[in-house]
Design a protein around this ligand. Structure first.
Ligand code: DON
Length: 308
């Protein structure tokens, strides 16, 4: 990356360039998310040498949603290993929306990849623990280690999603019917729902991503969270699948592994250099934050971050 001053200026420029961008709509399929202020917009860059650059609402808390999938996946590979997780969860795109049941039916109940809901539920099920409460605790602790601070559950988001997530419960049951879950489907979907309801900020997302960029060592706390090979696995999968059915377009235009979530967050990782965390609740039709995508694209171009 260029010098600290230059990165700092570009982060503020990127924020300013899209701060009034009106495109996109706030997700409403989780009722409480529909109440989010659509104009919140935070941007953060964390460098592997510890450089911090925040702009706008970078410390506003929001539920992490699908971005949790990337970090739980890394934690589970660390615990269970590359080969078994690859076999059980898969690494290829489904080409279908993130909450598709048809994708499962078409693939003999195999989830295909950990960044869709089916694969994320199957991944969370692999987290070690003798009870789902213990699995949840390990998920929360692991994601907190990535963020470098204790993350807490947003109870309102959790309850709102738990009361309406019939679709994810259907996915859990379908996985179980194909013999692809060895734990109680409703209980593990509950852990998955909790992991999605952990509160983070754009700044946290940048720290979490920078930990993957830094070969598994959190650049702020100095603590190793996962091994370097685990980061490579997680970043390869997320490069191929992180923005759902838009993953190809994203990699083609921006050239960085990234993961989005329906609350409006995106984390983009620049291996060896750092990460960008962004938050803006206005989403495009695939469920990806419009301002976050644009601001990350701006920084990727301005800082020459495209990996290809
Ligand atoms: O399971 C769900 O549907 C949500 N908890 C997370 C979905 C999500 O963030 C998809 N992102 N674009």
């Amino acid at each position: 990356m260029p010098g600290w001053d230059q990165v700092d200026r570009l982060v503020r420029d990127a924020h300013r360039s899209y701060a009034t961008d009106p495109e996109g709509t706030v997700a409403d399929y989780i009722p409480v998310l529909a109440e989010t202020d659509p104009d919140l917009f935070g941007l953060a860059v964390i460098e592997v040498d510890g450089g911090i650059h925040d702009a706008g609402d970078a410390t506003h808390a929001f539920s992490i949603q699908s971005i949790s999938k990337l970090f739980v996946y890394a934690l589970v590979i660390q615990e269970v290993g590359h080969a078994p997780v690859r076999e059980i969860v898969g690494v290829n795109n489904t080409g279908l929306p993130f909450n598709s049941l048809i994708a499962l039916e078409l693939n003999d109940g195999h989830p295909m990849n950990p960044m869709v809901n089916a694969g994320a539920i199957a991944t969370t099920a692999l987290m070690p623990g003798s009870t789902t409460a213990e699995q949840w605790e390990r998920v929360r602790e692991g994601l907190s280690a990535f963020a470098g601070r204790p993350l807490s559950l947003n109870g309102e988001v959790y309850r709102s999603e738990a009361a309406t997530n019939d679709r994810n419960r259907a996915i859990g049951r379908l996985l179980r019917s194909y013999g692809r879950l060895s734990v109680d489907p409703d209980e593990i979907v509950d852990v998955y729902t909790r992991q999605c309801a952990l509160d983070v900020t754009a700044h946290d997302l940048a720290v979490m991503g920078a930990t993957l960029a830094d070969g598994g060592v959190n650049p702020i706390t100095g603590r190793r969270v996962v091994d370097a090979e685990v980061c490579r696995d997680a970043l390869a999968v997320v490069a191929a699948t992180g923005l759902y059915e838009r993953s190809g377009e994203w990699l083609f235009e921006i050239g960085l592994p990234a993961k989005s979530g329906v609350s409006g967050g995106i984390v983009a990782v620049v291996p060896g250099k750092g990460a960008i965390g962004a938050f803006s609740p206005r989403l495009d039709a695939a469920g990806n934050s419009v301002r976050s995508q644009r601001a990350i694209g701006y920084l990727s171009r301005a800082l020459g971050l495209n990996l290809f």
